[in-house]
Design a binder for this molecule. Structure first.
Ligand code: ADP
Ligand code: ZN
Length: 220
């Protein structure tokens, strides 16, 4: 069994946190992927009051207020009591970081670093299978079988997929999200560096990491 039970993935939008989480999950299948962005998007789709509130901020590329995000994460982590989990997209500022340290133990923080130009290409081309959440990219990672120019068959689940961007994956919102990331990340990095939990990895091509390399990163 792995020594690390609770992992945080830090990194700019488009660093590939979701993709890297899937790679880690193949090695530790019991690990539960907790993405605040995914939870918000699910709530928006279901038009819950949480979703309606969050959408306003997300469409502008701003952070959803801490009171909302913190209590949502607290509820989710309580449900996951005793499970292994990986946090993707949380914490995103120092307030959330301190809040989290009061409700959970963290074993490892992975900082995914990637060049901004690469990020832009990734985000503006990214789309996901609505059925199984596999992440693709219009420019770099298309499903193998295509039906027509904008339609494919998902490699993983076999369902039809169309190129459909997230509503916040536009150039304007992306620039704002990158700014928000840059202004907030340094104190988070310092916080986890002090606690000797931070490990920086090159995320230019995480798909090239072998299972052995990922295990080393996770200190198996
Ligand atoms: P990305 O990392 O590509 O920006 P996410 O899915 O993680 O995408 O986040 C999308 C949006 O959801 C953010 O721009 C923000 O509005 C909101 N969000 C996600 N996580 C948080 C968080 N921890 N705190 C506040 N807002 C968040
Ligand atoms: Zn699929």
């Amino acid at each position: 069994m792995p020594k690390v039970k609770h992992i945080i993935l830090l990194g700019p939008p488009g660093a590939g946190k979701g993709t890297f989480s899937s790679q880690i999950k193949k090695i530790i299948p019991d690990l539960i992927h907790v993405s605040t962005g995914d939870i918000f998007r699910k709530n928006i789709k279901e038009s819950t009051s949480l979703g309606i509130k969050a959408k306003e901020y997300m469409d502008k590329g701003e952070l959803v207020p801490d009171e909302i995000t913190n209590s949502m994460i607290k509820n989710r982590l309580e449900e996951l009591d005793k499970h292994y989990w990986i946090l993707d997209g949380y914490p995103r500022n120092i307030g959330q970081t301190k809040y989290l340290s009061g409700i959970a133990n963290i074993d490892l923080v992975l900082l995914l670093s990637v060049d901004t130009e690469i990020i832009k290409k990734r985000i503006l081309g990214r789309f996901t299978c609505l059925n199984c959440d596999k992440i693709y990219n219009k420019y770099t990672l298309l499903p193998k079988k295509n039906i027509n120019e904008n339609k494919w068959i998902c490699d993983d689940c076999g369902k039809d997929i169309e190129f459909q961007q997230r509503t916040d994956d536009t150039e304007k919102t992306l620039n704002k999200r990158l700014d928000v990331y840059k202004t907030n990340v340094e104190p988070i990095i310092d916080f986890y560096k002090d606690k000797k939990l931070l490990k920086e990895i090159n995320a230019e091509d995480t798909l090239a990491y072998t299972n052995k390399e990922i295990k080393e990163i996770l200190k198996f």
